[in-house]
Design a binder for this molecule. Structure first.
Ligand code: DON
Length: 559
């Protein structure tokens, strides 16, 4: 009887609080107890149900990430990595780095052929593309901040994997499009591949993934980094050209990083430091805007847009040269964030005339949004922003045989050769060269903002190099242009990353403004969408407004 009483009430199942076969989706809402904005309605619902059962925002972050690893295989993961930025109700900051690291057998030139040419195919697909996964270590490093036992936080994910869940049209299409790649880069048949095409309304059941999650439930982080899961992962590596070893897995650790903090027009912004470039880019750009009266220039006026474009160009040029894993490369953080330095840099451009990046060879932008962000807030005042990724869509497309989870293709975020663009067109050099155990540079930018030392904004997004841009523009839209949270999130975004020297604009970006930018000398490139921003704004009275990006199937839940 006691045992039964202690058994947590099942949260996921047909007719239960989270019904995997019923898809309801809410794009935004106003709540007062707690809210989650994530890429999938079932994952957001899991997070909120955990809070209703006594968990806080950290409990919800763990449960939501695990649920995403099941229902959002394109980016949710246990085979990838990410960053968690948190602030407890008492004001303690947590910067948790669970980024993948290069395997010990990795080396600087591992993706160069005999002639020294970069082979992006190898850094982007299949077994050799994967860094050592960090997500599970990240979940357990979050646990001390949570209130509920881990088995309660992981059970919803296990149930979602066993019951299966109903696929949307987009999810079915994503799996169908990737079928050949799954077959090419995996050595065994996985749950993602079936003989016929996936249809909207089909159920995706993941039994092997459920077993892996149960090992994590029962053995903790060792259920992933040691024992059967580690064996299966290393066996998968050995069937092809993979190099992740048992020692790599055993020695992986999440690291605590000191968040970047700065003032922007009376608000305290908190960002993620290296090995993400995100916090530095957000800080550099916002500092370059600090003395500009954007509000007076007007929302999406050619003047305010040009200032943002030129500030981004500068920040991304610095990224390419100076940013990498701080444990391997001395990142000049103070210099990069020095107000005098940034002010001087901003004097370089002429109003009304496009600046120019150097002619260095650079590639194209990727249009994908295959990372995922979750923003969570609870009534106690805990704030959590997590961005997590496999890198590209479905990562390396390698499913670990017998373990049912996808591996990342994060090695491509290193500069595999100086000046050679990665899949987001980002270039780099020594600072971000490959070395054993080093963490590859990221753009992920989970961000928190305080006003009068009280929670105000929780924001983040996928989108590769466009991530800091989306975060910056969402913040500027809220703080300078006073747009509503829904407008701040949904209004068309634009992006410059130094190289390639083009301004990417979303297809809904006003045509007249596009024409003006072209007249100034900018080269424009249209993108279907930039980012999938998950935003929570808390007003002075403590009312919580959660907004999921209209660009995807993202959803909020709250109470
Ligand atoms: O860490 C990074 O910056 C990339 N691996 C993020 C990838 C991403 O956002 C995918 N979506 N486009």
């Amino acid at each position: 009887m006691l045992g039964f009483a202690l058994q947590a009430q099942q949260l996921v199942g047909p007719g239960k609080a989270v019904d995997p076969y019923k898809r309801t989706s809410q794009k935004s809402g106003v709540f007062n107890q707690g809210a989650v904005a994530s890429a999938h309605p079932l994952a957001s619902q899991v997070g909120v149900e955990i809070m209703k059962r006594g968990g806080n925002a950290f409990d919800a972050a763990i449960a939501t990430q695990l649920a995403l690893a099941v229902v959002y295989p394109i980016a949710g993961n246990i085979g990838g990595g990410g960053f968690l930025l948190g602030r407890t109700a008492k004001g303690e900051l947590l910067g948790l780095d669970f980024r993948e690291k290069a395997p010990m057998a990795a080396s600087r030139d591992m993706y160069l052929d005999k002639q020294g040419n970069a082979q992006n195919e190898l850094s982007q697909n299949g077994h050799l593309a994967s860094g050592v996964p960090g997500t599970v270590a990240g979940l357990f490093a979050t646990l001390p901040y949570a209130k509920l036992p881990f088995n309660e936080l992981i059970q919803p994910a296990i149930d979602l994997a066993e019951f299966g869940f109903t696929l949307s049209q987009n999810e079915a299409t994503g799996l169908n499009w990737t079928k050949q790649s799954f077959q090419k880069y995996s050595t065994q048949v996985s749950a993602f591949v079936k003989n016929t095409e996936w249809q909207e309304g089909d159920t995706l059941v993941q039994k092997e993934l459920a077993s892996t999650l149960k090992r994590i439930r029962d053995k903790g982080a060792k259920g992933f980094y040691r024992g059967k899961t580690a064996q299966l992962l290393v066996a998968e590596m050995s069937r092809r050209n993979g190099i992740i070893s048992k020692k790599d897995l055993r020695e992986y650790e999440a690291k605590n990083r000191t968040p970047i903090r700065f003032n922007y027009k009376g608000n305290e912004v908190i960002g993620f430091p290296p090995p993400s470039s995100g916090g530095i880019i957000v800080a550099q750009v916002l500092n370059m805007l600090a003395d500009r009266k954007l509000e007076t220039l007007g929302f999406q006026s050619e003047k305010s847009v040009q200032i943002l474009i030129e500030a981004e160009r500068i920040a991304f040029a610095d990224r390419a040269e100076h940013l990498g894993d701080p444990d391997y490369w001395q990142v000049p953080v103070e210099k990069l964030l020095n107000t005098g330095y940034l002010t001087t840099r901003m004097t370089d451009f002429t109003a009304g005339k496009a600046g120019k990046s150097s002619d260095t060879k650079a590639g194209n932008f990727s249009e994908s949004s295959e990372t995922t962000h979750l923003s969570i807030y609870d009534k106690e005042g805990n704030m959590v922003a997590v961005t997590t990724t496999l890198n590209g869509a479905y990562g390396s497309k390698t499913v670990v045989g017998g373990a049912g989870f996808l591996l990342n293709n994060e090695m491509d975020d290193f500069s595999i050769k100086a000046g050679v663009p990665n899949m987001y067109g980002a270039v780099g050099s020594k600072a971000n060269a490959i070395a054993p155990n080093k963490r590859m540079l990221s753009s992920m930018s989970p961000t928190l903002v305080l006003k009068d030392n009280k929670p105000y904004i929780i924001v983040g997004t996928p989108g590769g190099t466009t991530i800091p841009t989306s975060v910056i523009q969402t913040l500027v839209n809220l703080i300078d242009f006073k747009l509503s949270p829904v407008e701040a999130n949904s209004s068309p975004k634009f992006h410059h990353q130094w190289l390639p020297d083009v301004v990417a604009v979303e297809k809904d970006f006003p045509q007249a403004l596009q024409d003006r930018l072209i007249a100034m000398g900018y080269t424009l490139r249209l993108l279907d969408s930039i980012g999938r921003t998950e935003l929570i704004v808390i007003d002075a009275k403590g009312t919580i407004q959660a907004v999921a990006d209209i660009r995807g199937e993202d959803a909020v839940a709250g109470f």
